[in-house]
Design a protein around this ligand. Structure first.
Ligand code: ATP
Length: 276
């Protein structure tokens, strides 16, 4: 993904399997959100492919990509602020529905049945996210952490195969973060989702991800199991810092080839976990 002279993302090659939870990490400006934007159609990648279940989706509009099964949340919450929590989710359930204006205007039986089904389904999503008590509250009045959860409920309501979460725990306190991460893992199991999560809290992201992909200056510098990635000298230098290792009581490795991708772009075959 190139912006004029800036290559915001290059040599980025990632595939997600169903039911897999992968963390995307890296310093500020590394290209993480750009990756999400390129995957979800906010940006059209200037080269490369985005595929879902083998079908290329680059160039499609965000709602079309969402209709093919990739949902997301945003770093800066983007709810319909004036709508209730329930209506925020209902909008997503309506996504792709072909109810005619006439049926809606005359409140036909078919329309009302459909509406009742969507309301029930939306309430289930609110319940999954622990938000049922806020159903009639306007989104803007929800506490911050609950707004983040509502964004996830809305994304789930589109029926995704892949869920991209951009810093879902940002602004939450420690206990809220832990609870959210547990919930994300539960969602993955319950809805059989592939989840890609951007998160700066290393303890959390390492705790829930099966794999990590580390970006720096738009390039993948490491990938693999969290316990290997966190000892990777490139990752320590670019992102974690020695203080992280000291905090975590991890010996600073002199030479570590584990989990490493030595800087060059991975081949399509090597996108899966690199074993030590
Ligand atoms: N629309 C745009 N036009 C020009 N440059 C952009 C655009 N979007 C992102 N960039 C640049 O691309 C680079 C990567 O930005 P990006 O927001 O993806 O980083 P990030 O890893 O998500 O950072 P953070 O952790 O701070 O959110 C930055 O240099 C940023 O300024």
């Amino acid at each position: 993904m190139q912006f004029g002279g800036l290559k915001a993302l290059s040599e980025f090659n990632l595939s997600l399997e169903p039911g897999e939870l992968v963390g995307l990490i890296g310093p500020n400006g590394a290209g993480k959100t750009t990756a999400f934007n390129a995957i979800t159609g906010v940006y059209t990648p200037t080269s490369g492919d985005v595929k879902i279940c083998g079908t290329r989706v680059n160039g499609l509009r965000p709602h079309q990509i969402s209709g093919r099964g990739i949902a997301r949340t945003f770093q800066n919450i983007r709810l319909f602020k004036e709508l209730t929590a329930l209506d925020n989710v209902k909008v997503a359930c309506h996504h792709g529905r072909k109810a005619g204006f006439v049926a809606a205007f005359f409140q036909s039986k078919g329309f009302l049945d459909d509406e009742a089904r969507i309301t029930k389904r939306s309430l289930e999503f609110l319940e999954v996210m622990g938000l049922e008590r806020f159903r009639d509250e306007r989104a803007k009045n929800l506490p911050y952490g609950e707004q983040r959860r509502l964004e996830i409920a809305r994304a789930l309501a589109t029926g995704p195969k892949v869920l991209c979460l951009d810093e879902p725990a940002a602004g939450m306190n420690g206990a809220e973060k832990v609870a959210l991460m547990e919930l994300i893992r539960k969602l993955r199991d319950e809805f059989k989702l592939a989840i890609l999560v951007i998160e700066h809290d290393m303890k959390l992201v390492m705790g829930i991800s099966e794999r990590l992909v580390v970006l720096d200056h738009g390039v993948t510098i490491a990938r693999g199991k969290p316990e290997l990635v966190r000892k990777n000298p490139k990752v320590i230098e670019a992102y974690l810092g020695d203080s992280y290792l000291e905090e975590q009581h991890i010996a600073i490795p002199a030479h570590s080839s584990e989990s490493l991708m030595p800087g060059e772009p991975p081949s399509a075959e090597s996108v899966n976990e690199v074993q030590p």
